[in-house]
Design a protein around this ligand. Sequence first.
Ligand SMILES: [Zn+2]
Length: 391
Amino acid sequence: MKYLLVVGDGMADEPVPSLNGKTPLEAADIRCMDWMAQNGLVGMCSTIPAGMPPGSDVANLSLLGFDPAKFYTGRGPLEAASMGIDLGKDSCAFRCNLVTIRDGKMADFSAGHISTGEADLIIRDLNHLLSGGFVHFHTGVSYRHICVIEGSFQNLSCTPPHDITGREISGYLPEGEGGSIVLELMERSVDILKKSPVNEDRIAKGNVPATRIWLWGQGYRPTLPVFSEKFGVKGSVVTAVDLIRGIGRLAGLDIIEVEGATGFVDTNYEGKADAALGSLEEKDFVFIHVEAPDEAGHAGDADMKIKAIENFDKRLLKRIMDNIKGDYRVLVMPDHPTPVGIKTHTGSPVPFILFGKDVKPNDINTYTEASAGRSAVFVEKGHELIDLLFE
Ligand SMILES: [Zn+2]
């Protein structure tokens, strides 16, 4: 028996006025997911434990069967794990975004989706001019990087930059233990980036410059149980997002790289589907994560989100369903909602479909937030949902 967990990041949403009150899932043409709903089990699941931040890190830990209340130590250490950064006991790993601040406001949490090549040059400058012993920067992908600082930052609060688009940053600076160290690094980066030839070039081309670093999502090295020991199956992960790679690596799952997987709406859906099918020839479990709908939600673009969901349905899921061999079960769902109306995540429950061998359908015939909400099936503890897949 083969098992698949297929996640459309941020796919769930709320009624959108420009869609005549429909959600993107309701407005999208999703024949594959609707068919799976008709022939499978549809329900709702709470992936974010009460009181925890509704991030992809918390939600995807839940979906892989790890209780975030027990295992979550921050986003930074998970991404650091994906980059193979070895964290010592006192090494605190921060997510380091390259952002664009204009007139004191967060203009763009992604510095215009700066390319990895451009960002790497900036990260080298930061290591050259800012690091010095207890601080080190590591290049990631596009605007997402890691800064490791030796020291104690236990009660430090930092703000995810994608939560404050368009707002004054003065109200969201680091506060608490070690806050002054972190703030100083962020402020000293302004001058370095102002002088960066990368930005001169970006401005000349009409692209937004990266004006400073933004540090958040900090934490120390987590310890996760080994997935194959917990569920008795060997598995792999197909994703373009560092965070998900990190969770997979820490859980002992193999990470599959896919050419052209961008972590954005232009990703290689077919390549991801084929990579997953390929890995099932030797493994029994595959986790496929698609970031596109979440990026559309953060952009506040309903049409872009519908397109991402339709691509997820047709170019990835249908391709897998048409080509998978033998007995299998698949769990399809978002990790959390990213409503286009608010451009950020919520912790609301999400709809799921469980389809495949020995799965008894319930009376839900379409896959939407509302139809799943009518289902009698509600999984309160998200980290227990995967047990249904392996049952
Ligand atoms: Zn997410």
